[in-house]
Design a protein. Sequence first.
Length: 140
Amino acid sequence: MLYLDSSIIVAYCLNESNAQWIADTLSSHRSHGMVSALFSLLEIESAFQQRYNSREINAQELDQARLLALKFKQNMALLALDSAVLEIALHVQKLHQIRPGDSVQLASAIYCQPKREKVMFLTGDQKLAHAAKLEGLTVP
């Protein structure tokens, strides 16, 4: 199973420098299924809006990014933030001293599969990647 942190989806949709690596990774692991936190939708839109407001992207690029993000949404499972995920998020946030949004992402991935070694966690955030490795997730 591939768990996609919102930063990976944003990077792909905005064609950032690692977009080809993301495409290759998704392509080679697509049969495993993709999942992300429902919360990712807010993080993704927020990132797009910040880039647009700071004039890093124009209106056409914003629309294109939103269309790509919609395709991701349609092709992956979205995990809601329930009390079980929140409990894990509270624990990993304290343990790894990561941002609340990152703790929700990591907790969602941990919750996805009891045998965490079967979850490949994709993120563009090095601190979050390190925390995921410490939690037993596979990080490429």
